[in-house]
Design a protein around this ligand. Structure first.
Ligand SMILES: *[C@@H]1O[C@H](CO)[C@@H](O)[C@H](O)[C@H]1NC(C)=O
Ligand SMILES: *[C@@H]1O[C@H](CO)[C@@H](O)[C@H](O)[C@H]1NC(C)=O
Ligand SMILES: *[C@@H]1O[C@H](CO)[C@@H](O)[C@H](O)[C@H]1NC(C)=O
Length: 577
Protein backbone atom coordinates (compact mmCIF):
# COMPACT_ATOMS: atom_id res chain seq x y z
CA UNK A 1 0.00 0.00 0.00
CA UNK A 2 1.24 3.44 -0.89
CA UNK A 3 1.35 5.66 2.18
CA UNK A 4 1.43 9.42 1.65
CA UNK A 5 4.36 10.80 3.57
CA UNK A 6 2.49 13.23 5.75
CA UNK A 7 0.36 10.48 7.26
CA UNK A 8 2.02 9.13 10.34
CA UNK A 9 2.66 5.52 11.19
CA UNK A 10 0.11 6.00 13.93
CA UNK A 11 -2.55 6.80 11.38
CA UNK A 12 -1.59 3.81 9.29
CA UNK A 13 -1.99 1.55 12.31
CA UNK A 14 -5.29 3.17 13.16
CA UNK A 15 -6.40 2.70 9.56
CA UNK A 16 -5.50 -0.98 9.54
CA UNK A 17 -7.29 -1.33 12.86
CA UNK A 18 -10.41 0.25 11.44
CA UNK A 19 -10.55 -1.77 8.26
CA UNK A 20 -10.18 -4.98 10.26
CA UNK A 21 -12.57 -3.88 13.03
CA UNK A 22 -15.12 -1.86 11.18
CA UNK A 23 -17.67 -1.31 13.89
CA UNK A 24 -20.71 -1.28 11.76
CA UNK A 25 -22.61 0.89 9.42
CA UNK A 26 -24.88 3.69 10.50
CA UNK A 27 -27.06 5.62 8.13
CA UNK A 28 -25.39 3.37 5.62
CA UNK A 29 -22.02 5.05 5.87
CA UNK A 30 -19.03 3.18 7.14
CA UNK A 31 -17.94 4.73 10.38
CA UNK A 32 -14.30 5.50 11.06
CA UNK A 33 -14.48 7.08 14.53
CA UNK A 34 -10.76 7.78 14.65
CA UNK A 35 -10.82 9.78 11.42
CA UNK A 36 -14.05 11.70 11.73
CA UNK A 37 -12.38 14.75 13.17
CA UNK A 38 -9.03 14.51 11.49
CA UNK A 39 -8.79 17.74 9.55
CA UNK A 40 -7.21 17.66 6.10
CA UNK A 41 -3.50 18.39 6.29
CA UNK A 42 -3.66 19.70 2.76
CA UNK A 43 -6.08 19.63 -0.13
CA UNK A 44 -4.72 17.65 -3.07
CA UNK A 45 -5.42 19.17 -6.47
CA UNK A 46 -4.79 15.91 -8.33
CA UNK A 47 -8.22 14.50 -9.31
CA UNK A 48 -10.05 17.44 -7.76
CA UNK A 49 -12.89 18.65 -9.93
CA UNK A 50 -13.09 22.06 -11.56
CA UNK A 51 -16.77 22.62 -12.34
CA UNK A 52 -18.61 20.10 -10.19
CA UNK A 53 -20.01 21.38 -6.90
CA UNK A 54 -17.54 20.92 -4.04
CA UNK A 55 -16.66 22.66 -0.80
CA UNK A 56 -13.00 23.65 -0.34
CA UNK A 57 -12.27 20.47 1.63
CA UNK A 58 -13.62 17.47 3.55
CA UNK A 59 -16.48 15.01 3.16
CA UNK A 60 -19.85 15.69 1.51
CA UNK A 61 -22.82 13.47 0.80
CA UNK A 62 -26.55 13.99 0.12
CA UNK A 63 -27.85 17.20 -1.45
CA UNK A 64 -30.55 18.63 0.85
CA UNK A 65 -33.39 21.13 0.55
CA UNK A 66 -32.62 22.66 -2.86
CA UNK A 67 -34.89 25.61 -3.64
CA UNK A 68 -35.22 28.90 -5.49
CA UNK A 69 -36.10 31.83 -3.26
CA UNK A 70 -36.16 35.57 -4.02
CA UNK A 71 -33.76 35.33 -6.93
CA UNK A 72 -31.31 32.97 -5.20
CA UNK A 73 -30.74 29.25 -5.59
CA UNK A 74 -30.07 27.47 -2.31
CA UNK A 75 -28.31 24.16 -1.94
CA UNK A 76 -27.78 22.54 1.43
CA UNK A 77 -25.79 19.35 1.74
CA UNK A 78 -24.61 16.80 4.28
CA UNK A 79 -21.11 17.89 5.24
CA UNK A 80 -18.39 16.96 7.71
CA UNK A 81 -16.65 20.25 8.57
CA UNK A 82 -13.93 18.39 10.44
CA UNK A 83 -12.69 15.61 8.17
CA UNK A 84 -12.72 13.70 4.88
CA UNK A 85 -14.76 10.72 6.11
CA UNK A 86 -18.44 10.60 7.10
CA UNK A 87 -19.17 12.09 10.56
CA UNK A 88 -19.99 15.33 12.46
CA UNK A 89 -22.67 15.95 9.84
CA UNK A 90 -24.13 19.45 9.45
CA UNK A 91 -26.33 21.05 6.81
CA UNK A 92 -23.79 23.11 4.90
CA UNK A 93 -25.40 25.91 2.91
CA UNK A 94 -24.41 27.45 -0.42
CA UNK A 95 -26.14 30.04 -2.55
CA UNK A 96 -25.97 30.93 -6.23
CA UNK A 97 -27.58 33.14 -8.81
CA UNK A 98 -26.87 30.81 -11.73
CA UNK A 99 -26.38 27.28 -10.30
CA UNK A 100 -22.73 27.49 -11.50
CA UNK A 101 -21.01 30.01 -9.22
CA UNK A 102 -21.49 29.29 -5.53
CA UNK A 103 -20.92 31.14 -2.33
CA UNK A 104 -20.61 29.22 0.95
CA UNK A 105 -22.56 30.52 3.95
CA UNK A 106 -22.50 29.35 7.55
CA UNK A 107 -24.00 25.89 8.09
CA UNK A 108 -27.78 26.22 8.30
CA UNK A 109 -28.36 23.35 10.72
CA UNK A 110 -26.14 21.52 13.15
CA UNK A 111 -26.91 19.28 16.13
CA UNK A 112 -27.78 21.38 19.18
CA UNK A 113 -31.14 20.40 20.63
CA UNK A 114 -32.50 17.22 22.25
CA UNK A 115 -34.40 16.48 19.03
CA UNK A 116 -31.28 16.51 16.84
CA UNK A 117 -28.37 16.30 19.27
CA UNK A 118 -27.09 13.11 17.61
CA UNK A 119 -27.45 14.22 14.01
CA UNK A 120 -29.00 16.54 11.42
CA UNK A 121 -29.61 14.26 8.49
CA UNK A 122 -31.23 14.67 5.11
CA UNK A 123 -34.41 16.52 4.28
CA UNK A 124 -36.17 18.90 1.94
CA UNK A 125 -37.46 22.42 1.63
CA UNK A 126 -41.03 23.48 0.89
CA UNK A 127 -42.02 27.04 0.05
CA UNK A 128 -45.34 27.72 1.79
CA UNK A 129 -47.92 30.18 0.44
CA UNK A 130 -46.82 33.76 0.99
CA UNK A 131 -43.30 32.74 -0.09
CA UNK A 132 -42.33 31.23 3.27
CA UNK A 133 -39.61 28.58 3.11
CA UNK A 134 -39.58 25.77 5.64
CA UNK A 135 -37.20 22.83 5.99
CA UNK A 136 -38.14 19.35 7.12
CA UNK A 137 -35.15 17.20 8.12
CA UNK A 138 -34.35 14.07 10.06
CA UNK A 139 -32.92 14.59 13.51
CA UNK A 140 -31.25 11.87 15.55
CA UNK A 141 -32.61 12.65 18.97
CA UNK A 142 -31.18 12.18 22.48
CA UNK A 143 -32.51 8.60 22.48
CA UNK A 144 -30.93 7.88 19.09
CA UNK A 145 -34.34 7.83 17.45
CA UNK A 146 -34.87 9.14 13.94
CA UNK A 147 -37.47 11.93 14.18
CA UNK A 148 -38.63 14.57 11.69
CA UNK A 149 -38.00 18.21 12.59
CA UNK A 150 -38.63 21.56 10.97
CA UNK A 151 -36.61 24.73 10.71
CA UNK A 152 -37.56 28.21 9.50
CA UNK A 153 -35.49 31.22 8.43
CA UNK A 154 -34.77 33.73 11.18
CA UNK A 155 -35.18 36.53 8.68
CA UNK A 156 -37.29 35.71 5.61
CA UNK A 157 -36.54 39.11 4.09
CA UNK A 158 -32.89 38.04 3.68
CA UNK A 159 -32.80 36.29 0.27
CA UNK A 160 -29.67 34.44 1.44
CA UNK A 161 -31.58 32.89 4.37
CA UNK A 162 -28.41 32.93 6.42
CA UNK A 163 -29.84 31.94 9.80
CA UNK A 164 -32.25 29.14 10.56
CA UNK A 165 -34.30 28.55 13.70
CA UNK A 166 -35.26 25.12 15.03
CA UNK A 167 -38.27 25.88 17.27
CA UNK A 168 -38.78 23.98 20.50
CA UNK A 169 -42.02 22.33 19.42
CA UNK A 170 -39.86 19.87 17.46
CA UNK A 171 -39.94 17.06 16.55
CA UNK A 172 -43.07 17.33 14.46
CA UNK A 173 -43.05 13.63 13.61
CA UNK A 174 -42.10 10.80 15.96
CA UNK A 175 -41.77 7.24 14.72
CA UNK A 176 -44.98 5.62 16.04
CA UNK A 177 -45.05 2.23 17.77
CA UNK A 178 -45.31 0.45 14.42
CA UNK A 179 -42.37 2.30 12.84
CA UNK A 180 -38.72 1.27 13.15
CA UNK A 181 -37.07 4.27 14.85
CA UNK A 182 -33.68 3.32 13.31
CA UNK A 183 -35.06 3.33 9.80
CA UNK A 184 -37.24 6.41 9.47
CA UNK A 185 -35.77 9.33 7.58
CA UNK A 186 -35.41 11.83 4.73
CA UNK A 187 -38.73 13.74 4.55
CA UNK A 188 -39.71 14.95 1.07
CA UNK A 189 -40.82 18.34 -0.11
CA UNK A 190 -44.48 18.59 0.95
CA UNK A 191 -47.35 19.14 -1.47
CA UNK A 192 -50.68 20.78 -0.83
CA UNK A 193 -54.01 19.25 -1.83
CA UNK A 194 -57.30 21.05 -2.13
CA UNK A 195 -58.72 19.11 0.84
CA UNK A 196 -56.70 21.60 2.88
CA UNK A 197 -53.90 19.19 3.85
CA UNK A 198 -50.18 19.15 3.27
CA UNK A 199 -48.66 15.79 2.53
CA UNK A 200 -45.12 14.49 2.70
CA UNK A 201 -43.26 11.19 2.65
CA UNK A 202 -40.69 9.62 4.96
CA UNK A 203 -38.51 6.67 3.87
CA UNK A 204 -38.46 3.49 5.92
CA UNK A 205 -38.48 -0.29 5.97
CA UNK A 206 -40.35 -3.02 7.77
CA UNK A 207 -38.27 -6.17 7.85
CA UNK A 208 -37.24 -6.44 4.19
CA UNK A 209 -40.04 -4.30 2.79
CA UNK A 210 -39.10 -0.80 1.60
CA UNK A 211 -41.71 1.81 2.51
CA UNK A 212 -42.58 5.44 1.83
CA UNK A 213 -44.87 6.48 4.70
CA UNK A 214 -47.35 9.25 3.97
CA UNK A 215 -48.09 12.01 6.50
CA UNK A 216 -50.81 14.68 6.38
CA UNK A 217 -51.07 18.01 8.12
CA UNK A 218 -53.29 21.08 8.00
CA UNK A 219 -50.79 23.44 9.58
CA UNK A 220 -47.40 21.81 8.82
CA UNK A 221 -46.91 21.27 12.57
CA UNK A 222 -49.25 18.46 13.55
CA UNK A 223 -48.66 15.52 11.20
CA UNK A 224 -50.74 12.34 11.09
CA UNK A 225 -49.60 9.14 9.46
CA UNK A 226 -51.94 7.86 6.76
CA UNK A 227 -53.29 4.39 7.28
CA UNK A 228 -51.42 3.12 4.21
CA UNK A 229 -48.00 4.10 2.90
CA UNK A 230 -48.16 5.88 -0.45
CA UNK A 231 -46.19 2.94 -1.80
CA UNK A 232 -44.04 0.03 -0.59
CA UNK A 233 -42.36 -2.99 -2.10
CA UNK A 234 -41.29 -6.31 -0.62
CA UNK A 235 -37.61 -7.29 -0.52
CA UNK A 236 -36.15 -3.93 -1.44
CA UNK A 237 -34.81 -3.01 2.02
CA UNK A 238 -34.54 0.51 3.37
CA UNK A 239 -35.90 3.28 1.15
CA UNK A 240 -33.75 6.35 1.63
CA UNK A 241 -34.36 9.83 0.26
CA UNK A 242 -37.74 9.30 -1.41
CA UNK A 243 -38.69 11.96 -3.93
CA UNK A 244 -42.21 12.34 -5.35
CA UNK A 245 -43.27 14.86 -7.97
CA UNK A 246 -45.57 15.50 -10.92
CA UNK A 247 -44.27 15.66 -14.48
CA UNK A 248 -46.00 17.17 -17.45
CA UNK A 249 -47.16 14.63 -20.05
CA UNK A 250 -46.01 16.82 -22.91
CA UNK A 251 -43.13 19.20 -23.14
CA UNK A 252 -40.11 19.94 -21.01
CA UNK A 253 -41.68 22.33 -18.54
CA UNK A 254 -41.47 21.31 -14.90
CA UNK A 255 -44.38 21.38 -12.46
CA UNK A 256 -44.55 22.67 -8.94
CA UNK A 257 -44.71 19.79 -6.45
CA UNK A 258 -48.26 20.88 -5.46
CA UNK A 259 -49.44 21.11 -9.08
CA UNK A 260 -52.72 19.24 -9.65
CA UNK A 261 -54.01 19.62 -13.19
CA UNK A 262 -55.47 16.14 -13.40
CA UNK A 263 -53.52 15.16 -16.47
CA UNK A 264 -49.97 14.89 -15.15
CA UNK A 265 -47.98 11.77 -14.42
CA UNK A 266 -45.99 11.20 -11.24
CA UNK A 267 -42.49 10.02 -10.50
CA UNK A 268 -41.50 8.18 -7.33
CA UNK A 269 -37.78 7.83 -6.76
CA UNK A 270 -36.19 5.89 -3.93
CA UNK A 271 -32.55 5.40 -3.01
CA UNK A 272 -32.09 1.73 -2.23
CA UNK A 273 -29.67 1.34 0.61
CA UNK A 274 -29.00 -2.28 -0.38
CA UNK A 275 -27.66 -1.42 -3.83
CA UNK A 276 -26.75 2.28 -3.38
CA UNK A 277 -28.50 3.40 -6.57
CA UNK A 278 -31.46 5.70 -7.24
CA UNK A 279 -34.45 4.00 -8.89
CA UNK A 280 -37.61 5.57 -10.21
CA UNK A 281 -40.95 4.58 -11.65
CA UNK A 282 -43.48 6.66 -13.51
CA UNK A 283 -47.10 6.22 -12.51
CA UNK A 284 -50.39 7.55 -11.30
CA UNK A 285 -51.16 9.23 -8.01
CA UNK A 286 -54.65 8.37 -6.85
CA UNK A 287 -55.51 11.37 -4.72
CA UNK A 288 -58.68 9.84 -3.26
CA UNK A 289 -56.91 6.82 -1.91
CA UNK A 290 -53.59 8.61 -1.44
CA UNK A 291 -51.75 5.79 -3.18
CA UNK A 292 -49.20 5.82 -5.93
CA UNK A 293 -49.39 3.11 -8.57
CA UNK A 294 -46.48 2.62 -10.98
CA UNK A 295 -47.46 2.23 -14.63
CA UNK A 296 -47.87 -1.38 -15.75
CA UNK A 297 -44.66 -1.36 -17.77
CA UNK A 298 -42.66 0.72 -15.27
CA UNK A 299 -40.59 -1.84 -13.38
CA UNK A 300 -40.55 -1.39 -9.61
CA UNK A 301 -37.47 -2.31 -7.59
CA UNK A 302 -33.87 -2.87 -8.56
CA UNK A 303 -34.40 -4.17 -12.03
CA UNK A 304 -36.19 -0.93 -12.81
CA UNK A 305 -34.97 2.37 -14.25
CA UNK A 306 -32.23 4.35 -12.55
CA UNK A 307 -31.52 8.04 -12.82
CA UNK A 308 -27.90 7.12 -13.33
CA UNK A 309 -26.15 3.76 -13.62
CA UNK A 310 -22.93 4.90 -11.92
CA UNK A 311 -21.82 6.79 -8.82
CA UNK A 312 -25.05 8.65 -8.09
CA UNK A 313 -27.13 8.43 -4.93
CA UNK A 314 -29.45 10.19 -2.48
CA UNK A 315 -30.65 12.60 -5.16
CA UNK A 316 -33.33 15.22 -4.85
CA UNK A 317 -35.28 17.42 -7.27
CA UNK A 318 -36.83 20.85 -6.88
CA UNK A 319 -39.10 23.01 -9.01
CA UNK A 320 -37.30 26.07 -10.35
CA UNK A 321 -40.01 28.70 -10.73
CA UNK A 322 -37.53 31.04 -12.40
CA UNK A 323 -37.27 28.90 -15.52
CA UNK A 324 -40.25 26.59 -15.04
CA UNK A 325 -38.17 23.45 -14.91
CA UNK A 326 -37.49 20.62 -12.48
CA UNK A 327 -33.86 20.22 -11.49
CA UNK A 328 -32.17 17.10 -10.14
CA UNK A 329 -29.16 17.08 -7.84
CA UNK A 330 -27.34 13.84 -6.94
CA UNK A 331 -24.32 12.89 -4.87
CA UNK A 332 -21.39 11.20 -6.65
CA UNK A 333 -19.21 9.51 -4.06
CA UNK A 334 -15.59 8.52 -4.48
CA UNK A 335 -14.47 5.16 -5.82
CA UNK A 336 -11.10 5.30 -4.10
CA UNK A 337 -10.35 4.22 -0.53
CA UNK A 338 -11.01 6.03 2.73
CA UNK A 339 -7.28 6.24 3.09
CA UNK A 340 -7.01 8.00 -0.30
CA UNK A 341 -9.82 10.36 0.72
CA UNK A 342 -7.93 11.39 3.84
CA UNK A 343 -4.80 11.91 1.77
CA UNK A 344 -6.79 14.02 -0.73
CA UNK A 345 -8.43 15.98 2.09
CA UNK A 346 -11.81 15.78 0.36
CA UNK A 347 -14.46 13.25 -0.69
CA UNK A 348 -17.66 13.49 -2.70
CA UNK A 349 -19.08 15.91 -5.26
CA UNK A 350 -22.54 16.81 -6.47
CA UNK A 351 -23.29 15.92 -10.06
CA UNK A 352 -24.05 18.74 -12.49
CA UNK A 353 -27.65 19.86 -11.86
CA UNK A 354 -29.85 18.20 -14.48
CA UNK A 355 -33.14 19.28 -15.91
CA UNK A 356 -35.60 16.34 -15.82
CA UNK A 357 -38.76 15.84 -17.82
CA UNK A 358 -40.88 13.03 -19.21
CA UNK A 359 -39.83 11.46 -22.49
CA UNK A 360 -42.37 11.58 -25.34
CA UNK A 361 -42.96 7.82 -24.92
CA UNK A 362 -44.22 8.57 -21.40
CA UNK A 363 -42.17 5.61 -20.22
CA UNK A 364 -39.08 7.21 -18.81
CA UNK A 365 -37.47 10.50 -17.87
CA UNK A 366 -34.95 12.47 -19.86
CA UNK A 367 -32.13 14.29 -18.11
CA UNK A 368 -29.87 17.00 -19.43
CA UNK A 369 -27.27 19.29 -17.83
CA UNK A 370 -28.80 22.70 -17.07
CA UNK A 371 -28.19 25.18 -19.87
CA UNK A 372 -26.22 27.46 -17.52
CA UNK A 373 -23.33 24.97 -17.70
CA UNK A 374 -22.72 26.14 -21.26
CA UNK A 375 -21.50 29.50 -19.91
CA UNK A 376 -18.34 27.66 -18.84
CA UNK A 377 -17.60 26.49 -22.37
CA UNK A 378 -14.37 27.95 -23.72
CA UNK A 379 -12.35 26.88 -26.72
CA UNK A 380 -14.32 24.71 -29.14
CA UNK A 381 -13.15 22.09 -31.60
CA UNK A 382 -15.33 20.43 -34.17
CA UNK A 383 -15.16 17.23 -36.19
CA UNK A 384 -17.63 16.21 -38.85
CA UNK A 385 -18.22 13.25 -41.14
CA UNK A 386 -15.25 11.33 -39.89
CA UNK A 387 -15.39 7.60 -40.66
CA UNK A 388 -14.17 5.22 -37.99
CA UNK A 389 -13.21 1.79 -39.24
CA UNK A 390 -12.82 -1.20 -36.99
CA UNK A 391 -10.03 -0.71 -34.43
CA UNK A 392 -9.56 2.96 -35.28
CA UNK A 393 -9.59 6.00 -33.05
CA UNK A 394 -9.33 9.68 -33.81
CA UNK A 395 -8.03 12.25 -31.39
CA UNK A 396 -10.07 15.31 -30.47
CA UNK A 397 -7.16 17.74 -30.32
CA UNK A 398 -7.06 21.27 -29.01
CA UNK A 399 -9.23 21.12 -25.90
CA UNK A 400 -8.27 20.56 -22.27
CA UNK A 401 -9.26 16.90 -22.28
CA UNK A 402 -9.21 16.59 -18.48
CA UNK A 403 -11.77 19.41 -18.18
CA UNK A 404 -14.14 19.29 -21.10
CA UNK A 405 -17.68 19.03 -22.39
CA UNK A 406 -18.10 16.89 -25.49
CA UNK A 407 -21.16 16.18 -27.59
CA UNK A 408 -21.08 13.68 -30.42
CA UNK A 409 -23.56 12.15 -32.85
CA UNK A 410 -22.66 8.85 -34.47
CA UNK A 411 -24.19 7.77 -37.74
CA UNK A 412 -24.58 4.01 -37.93
CA UNK A 413 -24.37 1.68 -40.90
CA UNK A 414 -27.01 -0.94 -41.52
CA UNK A 415 -27.77 -2.80 -38.30
CA UNK A 416 -27.77 -6.19 -40.05
CA UNK A 417 -24.33 -7.02 -38.72
CA UNK A 418 -25.19 -6.26 -35.10
CA UNK A 419 -24.07 -9.18 -32.98
CA UNK A 420 -26.68 -11.57 -31.66
CA UNK A 421 -27.69 -11.14 -28.06
CA UNK A 422 -26.57 -14.38 -26.45
CA UNK A 423 -29.50 -15.86 -24.47
CA UNK A 424 -27.10 -16.69 -21.63
CA UNK A 425 -26.60 -12.92 -21.12
CA UNK A 426 -30.24 -12.54 -20.12
CA UNK A 427 -29.25 -13.40 -16.55
CA UNK A 428 -26.64 -10.67 -16.46
CA UNK A 429 -27.40 -7.09 -15.61
CA UNK A 430 -26.00 -4.41 -17.89
CA UNK A 431 -22.99 -3.80 -15.64
CA UNK A 432 -21.91 -7.42 -15.65
CA UNK A 433 -22.50 -7.68 -19.37
CA UNK A 434 -20.24 -4.67 -19.95
CA UNK A 435 -17.66 -6.24 -17.62
CA UNK A 436 -17.74 -9.35 -19.79
CA UNK A 437 -17.70 -7.69 -23.20
CA UNK A 438 -16.08 -4.31 -22.79
CA UNK A 439 -14.53 -2.00 -25.37
CA UNK A 440 -11.74 -4.49 -26.02
CA UNK A 441 -14.06 -7.23 -27.20
CA UNK A 442 -14.82 -6.47 -30.83
CA UNK A 443 -18.41 -6.56 -31.96
CA UNK A 444 -20.51 -5.95 -35.08
CA UNK A 445 -22.10 -2.52 -34.61
CA UNK A 446 -20.03 -1.21 -31.75
CA UNK A 447 -18.42 -0.90 -29.35
CA UNK A 448 -18.01 2.72 -30.46
CA UNK A 449 -17.90 5.94 -28.49
CA UNK A 450 -15.45 8.16 -26.66
CA UNK A 451 -12.22 7.38 -24.87
CA UNK A 452 -12.15 9.89 -22.03
CA UNK A 453 -9.26 10.64 -19.68
CA UNK A 454 -6.97 8.63 -21.95
CA UNK A 455 -3.19 8.59 -21.75
CA UNK A 456 -1.30 9.18 -24.97
CA UNK A 457 -0.54 5.52 -25.62
CA UNK A 458 -3.82 4.29 -24.15
CA UNK A 459 -2.32 2.68 -21.09
CA UNK A 460 -5.24 4.32 -19.28
CA UNK A 461 -8.66 5.32 -20.56
CA UNK A 462 -12.30 5.42 -19.50
CA UNK A 463 -14.34 4.44 -22.54
CA UNK A 464 -17.94 5.59 -22.77
CA UNK A 465 -19.57 3.66 -25.56
CA UNK A 466 -22.52 1.93 -27.18
CA UNK A 467 -22.89 -1.62 -28.40
CA UNK A 468 -25.85 -2.78 -30.45
CA UNK A 469 -27.29 -6.28 -30.33
CA UNK A 470 -29.90 -8.14 -32.32
CA UNK A 471 -32.44 -9.84 -30.12
CA UNK A 472 -34.98 -11.53 -32.35
CA UNK A 473 -36.56 -8.71 -34.34
CA UNK A 474 -35.53 -6.03 -31.86
CA UNK A 475 -32.31 -4.22 -31.29
CA UNK A 476 -30.82 -3.74 -27.86
CA UNK A 477 -28.51 -0.83 -27.15
CA UNK A 478 -26.05 -1.13 -24.29
CA UNK A 479 -24.27 1.96 -22.98
CA UNK A 480 -21.13 1.52 -20.84
CA UNK A 481 -18.84 3.78 -18.85
CA UNK A 482 -16.06 1.41 -18.01
CA UNK A 483 -13.58 2.24 -15.24
CA UNK A 484 -11.69 -1.05 -15.50
CA UNK A 485 -8.81 0.45 -17.55
CA UNK A 486 -9.12 3.95 -16.09
CA UNK A 487 -5.89 3.86 -14.10
CA UNK A 488 -2.66 1.96 -13.70
CA UNK A 489 -3.16 2.04 -9.97
CA UNK A 490 -4.29 -1.38 -8.83
CA UNK A 491 -4.94 -1.23 -5.11
CA UNK A 492 -7.87 0.11 -3.13
CA UNK A 493 -9.92 1.29 -6.07
CA UNK A 494 -13.39 0.38 -7.20
CA UNK A 495 -13.30 0.13 -11.02
CA UNK A 496 -16.76 -1.00 -12.12
CA UNK A 497 -17.91 -1.37 -15.72
CA UNK A 498 -21.04 0.73 -15.14
CA UNK A 499 -23.70 0.23 -17.79
CA UNK A 500 -27.36 0.54 -18.65
CA UNK A 501 -29.56 -0.24 -21.62
CA UNK A 502 -30.86 2.60 -23.78
CA UNK A 503 -34.46 2.43 -24.91
CA UNK A 504 -34.01 4.27 -28.19
CA UNK A 505 -35.54 4.16 -31.63
CA UNK A 506 -32.73 3.54 -34.13
CA UNK A 507 -34.76 4.13 -37.27
CA UNK A 508 -32.73 7.26 -38.09
CA UNK A 509 -29.52 5.23 -37.50
CA UNK A 510 -28.12 7.80 -35.13
CA UNK A 511 -26.93 7.70 -31.54
CA UNK A 512 -25.74 10.67 -29.54
CA UNK A 513 -23.56 10.96 -26.49
CA UNK A 514 -22.50 13.82 -24.24
CA UNK A 515 -19.77 13.51 -21.62
CA UNK A 516 -18.76 16.02 -18.98
CA UNK A 517 -15.16 15.27 -18.13
CA UNK A 518 -13.80 16.79 -14.95
CA UNK A 519 -10.49 15.23 -13.79
CA UNK A 520 -11.99 12.39 -11.73
CA UNK A 521 -15.56 12.60 -13.01
CA UNK A 522 -16.94 11.33 -16.31
CA UNK A 523 -20.65 12.16 -16.36
CA UNK A 524 -22.36 10.93 -19.52
CA UNK A 525 -25.75 11.29 -21.17
CA UNK A 526 -26.73 8.76 -23.84
CA UNK A 527 -29.34 9.39 -26.54
CA UNK A 528 -30.31 12.86 -25.36
CA UNK A 529 -30.41 11.89 -21.67
CA UNK A 530 -32.27 8.57 -21.83
CA UNK A 531 -29.47 6.73 -20.04
CA UNK A 532 -26.99 8.51 -17.79
CA UNK A 533 -23.82 7.15 -16.19
CA UNK A 534 -21.39 8.88 -13.84
CA UNK A 535 -18.00 7.27 -13.22
CA UNK A 536 -15.38 8.34 -10.67
CA UNK A 537 -11.89 7.49 -11.93
CA UNK A 538 -8.34 8.27 -10.82
CA UNK A 539 -5.87 8.15 -13.70
CA UNK A 540 -2.14 8.26 -12.99
CA UNK A 541 -0.93 9.28 -16.49
CA UNK A 542 -4.00 10.88 -18.04
CA UNK A 543 -4.01 13.89 -15.72
CA UNK A 544 -4.10 17.63 -16.37
CA UNK A 545 -2.43 18.40 -19.74
CA UNK A 546 -1.50 14.76 -20.28
CA UNK A 547 -5.12 13.70 -20.66
CA UNK A 548 -6.40 12.98 -24.18
CA UNK A 549 -9.80 12.53 -25.74
CA UNK A 550 -10.59 10.22 -28.66
CA UNK A 551 -13.55 8.86 -30.57
CA UNK A 552 -13.17 5.14 -31.30
CA UNK A 553 -14.78 2.15 -32.93
CA UNK A 554 -14.11 -1.50 -32.22
CA UNK A 555 -16.94 -3.02 -34.23
CA UNK A 556 -16.55 -4.64 -37.66
CA UNK A 557 -19.00 -2.14 -39.17
CA UNK A 558 -17.66 1.32 -39.93
CA UNK A 559 -19.43 4.07 -37.99
CA UNK A 560 -19.26 7.77 -38.76
CA UNK A 561 -18.77 10.65 -36.40
CA UNK A 562 -21.44 12.77 -38.01
CA UNK A 563 -20.61 15.71 -35.81
CA UNK A 564 -18.59 16.21 -32.69
CA UNK A 565 -18.19 19.37 -30.65
CA UNK A 566 -15.83 19.56 -27.72
CA UNK A 567 -15.19 22.51 -25.46
CA UNK A 568 -12.50 23.24 -22.92
CA UNK A 569 -14.38 24.00 -19.72
CA UNK A 570 -13.60 26.96 -17.50
CA UNK A 571 -13.68 26.87 -13.75
CA UNK A 572 -16.57 28.84 -12.25
CA UNK A 573 -15.28 32.15 -10.91
CA UNK A 574 -16.63 31.24 -7.48
CA UNK A 575 -16.90 27.76 -6.02
CA UNK A 576 -17.63 28.02 -2.33
CA UNK A 577 -14.32 29.66 -1.50
C1 LIG B 1 -34.84 -1.50 12.23
O1 LIG B 1 -33.88 -0.83 11.40
C2 LIG B 1 -32.55 -1.16 11.70
C3 LIG B 1 -31.68 -0.27 10.83
O2 LIG B 1 -31.99 -0.42 9.47
C4 LIG B 1 -32.31 -2.62 11.47
O3 LIG B 1 -30.98 -2.96 11.80
C5 LIG B 1 -33.29 -3.46 12.28
O4 LIG B 1 -33.16 -4.81 11.95
C6 LIG B 1 -34.71 -3.00 11.99
N1 LIG B 1 -35.64 -3.72 12.85
C7 LIG B 1 -36.66 -4.41 12.37
C8 LIG B 1 -37.54 -5.07 13.37
O5 LIG B 1 -36.91 -4.50 11.17
C1 LIG C 1 -19.56 4.67 -2.97
O1 LIG C 1 -18.36 4.06 -3.31
C2 LIG C 1 -18.18 2.70 -3.02
C3 LIG C 1 -16.91 2.26 -3.64
O2 LIG C 1 -15.84 2.96 -3.16
C4 LIG C 1 -19.37 1.87 -3.42
O3 LIG C 1 -19.19 0.51 -3.17
C5 LIG C 1 -20.58 2.44 -2.76
O4 LIG C 1 -21.69 1.65 -2.93
C6 LIG C 1 -20.74 3.81 -3.32
N1 LIG C 1 -22.01 4.48 -3.21
C7 LIG C 1 -22.56 5.05 -2.15
C8 LIG C 1 -23.82 5.75 -2.44
O5 LIG C 1 -22.11 5.01 -1.03
C1 LIG D 1 -10.17 -2.50 -29.45
O1 LIG D 1 -9.94 -3.88 -29.54
C2 LIG D 1 -8.59 -4.27 -29.52
C3 LIG D 1 -8.55 -5.74 -29.74
O2 LIG D 1 -9.24 -6.42 -28.74
C4 LIG D 1 -7.98 -3.85 -28.20
O3 LIG D 1 -6.60 -4.17 -28.17
C5 LIG D 1 -8.16 -2.36 -27.98
O4 LIG D 1 -7.68 -1.98 -26.70
C6 LIG D 1 -9.62 -2.01 -28.12
N1 LIG D 1 -9.81 -0.58 -27.99
C7 LIG D 1 -10.41 -0.04 -26.94
C8 LIG D 1 -10.54 1.43 -26.96
O5 LIG D 1 -10.82 -0.69 -26.01
Amino acid sequence: MEVPKFLSIFMLIAYLWVISNNNGVEASHKIYPKFQSLAAVKVKQLHRTAFHFQPPKHWINDPNGPMYYKGIYHLFYQYNPKGAVWGNIVWAHSVSKDLINWEALEPALYPSKPFDINGCWSGSATVLPGNKPIILYTGIDYKERQVQNYAVPANPSDPYLRKWIKPNNNPVVFPGPDVNASAFRDPTTAWWSNDGHWRMLVGSRRKHRGIAYLYRSRDFMKWTKAKYPIHSLANTGMWECPDFYPVSISGKNGLDTSFAGGNEKFVLKVSLDLTRYDYYTTGTYNRDKDRYVPDKDSVDGWSGLRYDYGNFYASKTFFDSRKNRRILWGWANESDSTFDDMAKGWAGVQTIPREVWLDGSGKQLLQWPIEELETLRGKNVHISNQELKKGHHVEVKGVTAAQADVEVTFKLPSLDKAEKFDPSWKNLDAEHLCGKIGSKVQGGVGPFGLLTLASKNLEEFTPVFFRIFKDGHKHLVLMCSDASSSTLKTEGLYKPSFAGFVNVDLSDKKLSLRSLIDHSVVESFGAGGKTCITSRVYPTLAVFDDAHLYAFNNGTETVTVEKLNAWSMKKPAKMNS
